[in-house]
Design a protein around this ligand. Structure first.
Ligand SMILES: Cc1cc2nc3c(=O)[nH]c(=O)nc-3n(C[C@H](O)[C@H](O)[C@H](O)COP(=O)(O)O)c2cc1C
Length: 155
């Protein structure tokens, strides 16, 4: 079982809801390939885990590499594991950053119980990695996007 993880930089302006929709669409393709995993998005970067038969995972990864919704893909892990860490998720999206006391432990608790500790640590630190200033910027951008959508609906 090949287990691969990367981080990348999202195209500016990509929203959490677009990423959720993307993950739902690609889950069908992954299910056909028996590829499972997790896609985290913190409004600036992606972290994705893909696992399955080696050639299937690498095939999906070749498509992902060509996708212009992100760039600067950096592989942080590629190893063989005995068991899937996300056996029930064809592709689950987790939209972060985390805010508030206790949110990191809630986030970690929502990860699959089969997930190894090293993987849980990678995802939790990624999810916590935006600074307060960046969170404020992110909230403003979301607010603007909502207003723009509202204005477009009223046109
Ligand atoms: C961050 C990110 C993660 C993606 N993850 C997957 C994935 O797990 N599986 C997949 O098939 N496509 C994934 N895609 C989408 C592919 O790049 C591609 O758009 C999709 O496979 C549709 O390709 P098609 O239109 O040629 O069928 C991802 C794209 C991005 C930007």
């Amino acid at each position: 079982m090949l287990s691969l993880m990367y981080v990348s930089t999202a195209r500016p302006g990509l929203t959490g809801s677009e990423v959720e929709a993307l993950a739902q669409r690609v889950a069908q393709n992954n299910a056909r390939q028996e590829v499972t995993g997790l896609l985290a998005f913190n409004s600036r970067n992606f972290m994705q885990l893909l696992e399955g038969v080696g050639e299937k995972v690498l095939g999906v990864m070749r498509t992902i590499e060509r996708d212009d919704r992100h760039h600067d893909i950096t592989y942080i892990r590629q190893d063989t594991r005995a068991h899937r860490e996300c056996p029930d998720w064809s592709m689950r999206s987790l939209i972060t950053p985390l805010t508030g006391l206790g949110s990191a432990s809630v986030f970690t608790g929502s990860l699959p119980r089969q997930m190894e500790l090293d993987t849980k640590i990678l995802f939790t630190s990624f999810a916590s990695s935006l600074t307060a200033a960046q969170e404020a910027q992110h909230a403003e951008a979301e607010q603007r996007a909502m207003q723009d959508r509202g204005a477009a609906e009223n046109d």
